[in-house]
Design a binder for this molecule. Structure first.
Ligand code: PMP
Length: 421
């Protein structure tokens, strides 16, 4: 049956899509921290980055159903729900970030953020970390003249190495120096820097959470060069890091623009851009923004219910507590399994670096892939990331319990034992 689905998918959706796992999963249902396949097998979800308050949380499901049964329409009518939500969300962000624009995906949010930053700074230089992921759009705005003067999308990208706390003794110093060098290189080529964008925990670069505060130098450098700091909170936002609602907060920095998405609607597509009003003023003078579904009534009903659950169930504190417990368990495994080079992360966003030689810290992507697929066979879902494709990315829903963390550790122990030294 799974084989037939794969064949149909290839025939109908074409060649550009990839599925997770060598042996793809056919999921039919989710509940809490568990996903169920067509055969009724239960999988512990350690991959979670969307349904963050738990699969099919009844309060979110009820809010979506209730609103869909009353009014679901175009976003160009007045609707109070989107304003109530914006007010509540902005209250979780630093003072000064006072406006909110809604999109449906994280890609759209980053796309819009870049257009706004370019209008504000007049610059075209963009600085990102070298294994970052920020989305898929290719600014269609360039060929939508009705939106205002054509935007020239010719941006100039400079990449900087990830803040590798495993290999770098002075993470803050090294990272600041890299960003400063990228700015200097742009300037030397006559390109004005527009922005530095990163996510709060360097999700694709290998999960680098610390030391807390290491972003301050890079942010100061981009500001001094006239550019903006954009915090991509698509993965690290909404309590995931266990310190606070937003991943950047652990670094004591205040972004000019914050982009968000994924867990915002717990599976219902809703995303957005929060920003300082003065940053968007120039963009607002020159252009207009319109997004048919962005911030629609059903989306904000879902998003409001997600905030209710995060607050009502104390999920930020739970992420902190269970995340620390899970990291302790993983560090315990490192005593017996020499392939574990480093265990790091914040809250329920954890990275485990897999190496073939601990002293040399040599990435072991083959073993990492074997672990991810081995865990799938043990019915635990996680993924891998980093430049060397050798970091296990463990990201359970924020409702994860200590018992579920212990189960994940026990099954990982079994997989590592099975792979041998
Ligand atoms: N930013 C980050 C950090 C992401 O992880 C992603 C999605 N993986 C995006 C942006 C893009 O979001 P979307 O897929 O909703 O467009």
């Amino acid at each position: 049956e799974t084989a037939a689905l794969i064949a149909r998918r290839q025939a109908l959706l074409g060649p550009a899509y990839r599925l997770f796992y060598e042996k793809p999963l056919h999921l039919v249902r989710g509940e809490g921290a568990w996903l169920y396949d067509a055969a009724g097998e239960a999988y512990l979800d350690g991959y979670n980055n969307v349904t963050s308050v738990g699969h099919c949380h009844p309060k979110v499901v009820a809010a979506i159903a209730a609103q869909a049964g009353v009014l679901a329409t175009h976003t160009r009518y007045l609707h109070a729900g989107v304003l109530d939500y914006a007010e509540r969300l902005l209250a979780t962000l630093p003072t000064g970030i006072g406006q909110m624009m809604f999109t449906c995906t994280g890609s759209e949010a980053n796309d819009l953020a870049v257009r706004i930053a370019r209008a504000f700074t007049g610059g075209t230089g963009i600085i990102v970390t070298e294994t970052a992921y920020h989305g898929v759009t290719q600014a269609v705005a360039e060929f939508s003249p009705s939106l205002g003067p054509a935007v020239d999308l010719g941006v100039h990208v400079r990449t900087v190495p990830a803040p590798d706390s495993y290999r770098e003794a002075d993470v803050a110093g090294a990272f600041t120096a890299s960003v400063e060098a990228a700015i200097a290189d742009l300037t030397r080529h006559g390109i004005r820097p527009a922005l530095f964008i990163c996510d709060g925990i360097f999700a694709s670069d290998g999960v680098f959470d610390g030391p807390a505060g290491f972003l301050q130098g890079a942010v100061a450098a981009i500001r001094a060069a006239g550019g903006l700091y954009i915090a991509d909170e698509v993965q690290s936002g909404f309590g995931r890091t266990g310190d606070a609602m937003w991943g950047f907060q652990r670094h004591g920095v205040t972004p000019d623009i914050v982009t968000m998405g994924k867990p915002m609607g717990n599976g219902y597509p809703v995303a957005g851009v929060a920003l300082r009003p003065e940053v968007v003023a120039e963009f607002g003078r020159k252009a207009r923004y319109f997004n048919t579904f962005g911030g629609n009534a059903v989306a904000v009903a879902a998003a409001t219910a997600v905030l209710d659950v995060i607050e009502g169930e104390g999920l930020v504190a739970n992420a902190r507590d269970v995340g620390a417990h899970l990291r302790d368990g993983l560090r315990g495994l490192a005593d017996r399994h020499p392939c574990i080079g480093d265990v790091r992360g914040a809250g329920l966003f954890i990275g485990v670096e897999i190496v073939s030689d601990r002293a040399a810290k040599t990435p072991d992507p083959a073993r990492t892939a074997a672990i991810v697929n081995g865990l799938r066979a043990e019915r635990v879902l996680i993924s891998a990331c980093a430049k060397g494709a050798n970091v296990l990315k463990i990201r359970p829903p924020l409702i994860f319990t200590r018992e579920q963390a212990d189960l994940l550790v026990a099954r990982l122990d079994r997989v590592l034992g099975g792979l041998g030294a």
